[in-house]
Design a protein around this ligand. Structure first.
Ligand code: MF3
Ligand code: CO
Ligand code: CO
Length: 259
């Protein structure tokens, strides 16, 4: 299977879906504060998605014969890496971090983006984890140039993250995104320069480093979804959907200017 190339109409719709995903993420971020449960946050996410006439792509999603994903957004606290499920038992407290991952379908196309935010005051090394993970995303995006290969993105992210002594997660990867949430290619956050598929104009790629404060290994909880760090230390996640063009990568998951 080849990597889908989006035509002008597909790109127009990707822009819309991605802008909506970004606006919802920005609004959700404002609600992440001490005392809020992750269940409440997911309900806020559900309502925001509905208010845009969009659909949650994760809700009901399944891989293989597994259980369908039961929430509208992915909310991952502290040692949770990705695919956290909002829970009434998980109350945000000062010193926590939470990854908010919003993926929506609008008019047949999907936008995917994530940020990790501090709750109140966080430890200095955790603050560094957030900074390095966000910077790793932009370093990866910078490599999404026509003529480069996917491995150039992977390699740049890995080198930067490991230079700071953090663990880059290997089990989950970035991906193409469009009419499906997960399209070709896979975009690992580790790898070798000059390997993988060649980047052409019109690809829409979700680049998403997941970075652990400690070891890079992860495991899956018994809910079948939540990925947590093997050592229980915190993890961070940032993600954008990017369009490749002859004049360089363009980040699509940005809010439209308020009118
Ligand atoms: N937003 C996730 C990603 O970045 C996908 C959600 S996984 C799901 O690829 F299973 F929860 F849907
Ligand atoms: Co995502
Ligand atoms: Co993604």
């Amino acid at each position: 299977m080849a990597i889908p190339i989006k035509n002008a109409e597909a790109i127009r719709r990707m822009r819309e879906a991605c802008a909506i995903a970004a606006e919802i993420l920005a609004k959700l971020k404002e609600q992440a504060r001490p005392g809020v449960t992750t269940y409440d946050l997911d309900q806020i996410g559900r309502d925001l998605i509905a208010s845009y006439g969009a659909r949650s792509a994760p809700y009901g999603y399944r891989h293989g014969s597994g259980r369908p994903f039961p929430a509208y957004t992915c909310l991952s606290v502290n040692e949770e890496v990705v695919h956290g499920i909002g829970s009434l038992k998980r109350i945000l407290r000062d010193g926590d971090i939470i990854a908010l991952d919003v993926t929506v379908e609008y008019n047949g196309y999907i936008g995917d983006n994530a940020i990790t935010v501090p709750i109140g005051h966080i430890a200095p090394r955790v603050a560094e984890l957030l900074k390095v993970t966000e910077r790793a995303l932009y370093i990866g995006i910078e490599q999404a140039q026509v003529g480069n290969r996917i491995g150039d993105i992977s390699h740049a992210i890995q080198v930067y993250v490991e230079a700071h002594g953090f663990g880059i997660v290997r089990e989950m990867v970035g991906h193409g995104v469009g009419q499906s949430m997960h399209e070709e290619p896979q975009i690992p956050n580790f790898g070798r320069k000059g390997t993988g598929e060649k980047i052409k104009p019109g690809m829409t790629l979700a680049i998403e480093p997941m970075v652990n404060l400690g070891v890079h290994q992860v495991r899956t909880l018994s809910d079948g979804w939540t990925i947590v760090t093997a050592d229980g230390k915190p993890s961070a996640h940032f993600e954008h959907t990017v369009l490749t063009t002859d004049s360089g990568p363009e980040i699509l998951t940005v809010p439209r200017a308020a009118s």
